[in-house]
Design a protein around this ligand. Structure first.
Ligand code: HEC
Ligand code: HEC
Length: 475
């Protein structure tokens, strides 16, 4: 143990001497570094680490969080039913509760080969843009598949055919580190079978996405727009071609185009709209912002199925429930980092900066003074994301545009809490479609603007790889 420690400290020391670029050298943790969510950070590293309210939320406001949690966790039922507050599920849907996908408020995963439905992974659909539908594309971000719409729903109420079944198969892609160590990545191919409404448009584009973790989202919403846009230029003196771009997306409430922040391609502008689209697209539940079910014109059984509206025509999800769920999704706290001061973690952090990971995975921001909730304001946060789009290369491409995001673009995934994925969600499947089976595989899928950073990782020896993983696992 002692000799290991000496080896690690020698590595940290060596790094601080070999200044090959302007990356900072860390020999100790930065002040407050462990508190990734500022004053909202919680000290929990067990199965429930992603499910706690902001640490600075006063007791009087914790009740709203708990009630919001119950609407996120508990299943919705098919209408008509005796529980009018929770009915209206479907006609088409993916599952009956938010929590079934955002497992333990953490991330979802792709389906196993024998799974009956995909549950925590959904498949977005669209066809190539057509100028005749410019207004629709401006407001929806894509041209939806004409019969199936913008998302495949693999479940339905009795009497309505589900849209189809999703199956993921994998082929092996070998990658070798410079020292000869072999990694076999798995590349997914998607198959949609049992189509309920006939063949799809021949040019249909598919984008498989697993549910992301729910932590720190209110803080991301509170980052000032200028701070995000300030990073949206090629990095100064960039040796590489890292150039983050904002997604500009439709705001349903304001009826105008604004900055996108949420979803794997930053296709949603704020948490309320993201939640509203989840209620509608994932569970078939109407809200005042989206008072219609997700049925296309040709899906007649879907159009005619009974709804769960209130007696006064109130939507299936009332504004009050929507407000409580919004409060909940804003206040799921980021857990504190572990081992920020340990030599391997510091060595890994130095490698993270030297290889240029931070050009996209922006270490920190300060949230706005006028954040939507006072607890979220003026916090120094460490999400490790710029919330911008980057071309990640052909390997990760879904070939499906979404507003300004191209078929190769993805939003830099925030890395906070990522080291607790296995503890919370019981698996380590990363990236938008869960193809990576561990953190190193996630890094090795990086291409496009991140190709150069990936190449440097491929040159790492075993000890450097262990250090990078120690850092990522401490997040
Ligand atoms: C069928 C699985 C599924 C269900 C059910 C589901 N989600 Fe999601 N959720 C996802 C996926 C997949 C994404 C990423 C979407 C994208 O990239 O377009 C997501 C993204 C989100 C995000 C944005 C997270 C981020 O990091 O950008 C929020 C907030 C969210 N969901 C809230 C909800 C709420 C609230 C509910 C219940 C009303 C819900 N979700 C139900 C799968 C699901
Ligand atoms: C050019 C921008 C860019 C650079 C440079 C970059 N990343 Fe990423 N990273 C992304 C994007 C975008 C994603 C999401 C990709 C996806 O899901 O398809 C991502 C995803 C990840 C993930 C998986 C996150 C999750 O939630 O599944 C990890 C881990 C990660 N990056 C680590 C690194 C490390 C380590 C480096 C440096 C060696 C690095 N990244 C360099 C943009 C970048």
């Amino acid at each position: 143990m002692l000799s290991l420690l000496i080896r690690w400290s020698a590595l940290v020391f060596a790094l601080s001497l070999s200044a090959c670029n302007d990356a900072p050298r860390f020999t100790q943790a930065e002040p407050g570094e462990a508190r990734a969510g500022g004053a909202t950070t919680v000290n929990k590293a067990d199965r429930n680490a992603f499910s706690l309210p902001s640490a600075n939320l006063p007791p009087t406001r914790r009740l709203d969080f708990s009630v919001g949690n119950s609407f996120f966790r508990s299943p919705w039922v098919i209408a008509p039913s005796t529980t009018t507050a929770r009915d209206g599920l479907g006609p088409l849907f993916n599952t009956n509760a938010c929590q079934n996908c955002h497992i333990k408020d953490g991330r979802g995963h792709p389906p196993t080969p024998d799974a009956l439905n995909a549950v925590s992974m959904l498949v977005r659909l669209s066809i190539p843009d057509d100028p005749a539908f410019a207004r629709l594309i401006e407001q929806v971000g894509v041209l939806p598949e004409p019969v199936y719409g913008g998302q495949l729903q693999d479940m339905a109420v009795p009497g309505v055919p589900p849209e189809g079944r999703v199956r993921v198969d994998y082929e092996t892609v070998p990658v070798r580190f410079k020292d000869g160590t072999l990694v076999e990545l798995r590349k997914p191919t998607l198959q949609i079978t049992d189509l309920g409404y006939g063949p799809m448009h021949p040019d249909t584009r598919f984008s498989a996405r697993v549910a992301p973790a729910m932590i720190g989202l209110g803080l991301l919403e509170a980052i000032p727009e200028e701070a995000i846009l300030a990073n949206a230029k090629p990095a100064k003196g960039a040796q590489n071609a890292v150039a983050g771009r904002p997604n500009w997306v439709w705001d349903d409430a304001q009826q105008k185009t604004v900055l996108g922040r949420f979803g794997w391609k930053a296709g949603q502008p704020n948490l309320n709209q993201q939640n509203v689209h989840a209620f509608s697209g994932d569970m078939g539940l109407t809200t005042s912002l989206r008072p219609f079910d997700d049925c296309t014109d040709t899906q007649t059984a879907c159009r005619q199925a009974p709804n769960g509206n209130g007696p006064d025509g109130e939507p299936e999800v009332s504004d009050n429930i929507l407000r409580l769920v919004l409060f909940y999704t804003r206040n799921l706290a980021v857990p504190a980092r572990r081992d920020v001061d340990s030599p391997p973690v510091l060595a890994g952090k130095n490698l993270f900066f030297q290889t240029g990971c931070q050009a996209c995975h922006t270490p920190s921001f300060t949230t706005a003074a006028n954040a939507a909730e006072p607890e979220l304001a003026n916090q120094l946060i460490r999400p490790y994301s710029d919330l911008l789009l980057h071309d990640m290369g052909e390997g990760l491409a879904d070939h499906r545009t979404e507003f300004k995001a191209s078929g190769r673009d993805w939003r830099t995934a925030p890395l906070w809490g990522i080291g607790l994925t296995e503890t919370v969600s019981g698996h380590t499947q990363f990236l938008h479609d869960g193809r990576a089976r561990n953190l190193m595989e996630a890094v090795l899928w990086h291409g496009g603007e991140a190709e150069e950073a990936k190449q440097q990782v491929l040159n790492f020896d075993a000890q450097q790889r262990a250090a990078l993983l120690a850092f990522l696992n401490s997040l």
